[in-house]
Ligand binder design. Sequence first.
Ligand code: AMP
Length: 219
Amino acid sequence: MKNIMLIAPPAAGKGTQSDLISKKYKIPHISIGDIFRDISKEDTEIGIYIREILSSGKLVKDEITYEVVKERLAKEDCQNGFVIDGFPRNIEQAIHYDEILKSIGQEIGYVISLDIDREILEKRIIGRRICEDCGAIFNINDSENAPTQESVCDNCGGRLYQRSDDNIEAFNTRYQTYLDKTEPIIKHYQEIGVLKHVNGIGSIEEVFQRIENIVGDEK
Ligand code: AMP
């Protein structure tokens, strides 16, 4: 399986689709945001710094981000491919990522841009709920993906929580950051010739089917 990178604005379904790819093709899902959320629980200097950055919707410093990415990609389970979401998020990170991959003998693989309108994202962000035990993602504003009880996980019975950055103020900052910093990397990968566009509007299954149409022949 080739490596897969998903690029998308906040709440476009990167995490959900990456989980589905990970399960279907048995490759690890590397979510840089999840790794940062874990670190933010620590009462260390770096934990406190990341906690503040996460709730503001800004980006973590590149030096810290590179360390986290390098350490994760060096793990054994990445040898047969991985799906990465949340990195790279700006052109400097994209160039650095190309170098990291070269240095560990990996290829970029597929770069998939999930395309979706801002209005849909705003509605999603308010309703997103995540299970604190198994990480399953629900949306109370989407009947197809709503949990049966508002704060209980249908998969494992765990408690559902709302991310600290899932509010309109942080969303506006994150969306603007996406337009300013992340969209230029789409052009970068288009020029390299590895970019695929996927329509991100529709049910989780519909979007996953579109992704499978691109990566499925690799199984
Ligand atoms: P995500 O779960 O991908 O939406 O990421 C949540 C937050 O983690 C972002 O708003 C950033 O504060 C931080 N983060 C995730 N990925 C990166 C990255 N590649 N560079 C810097 N900060 C990041």
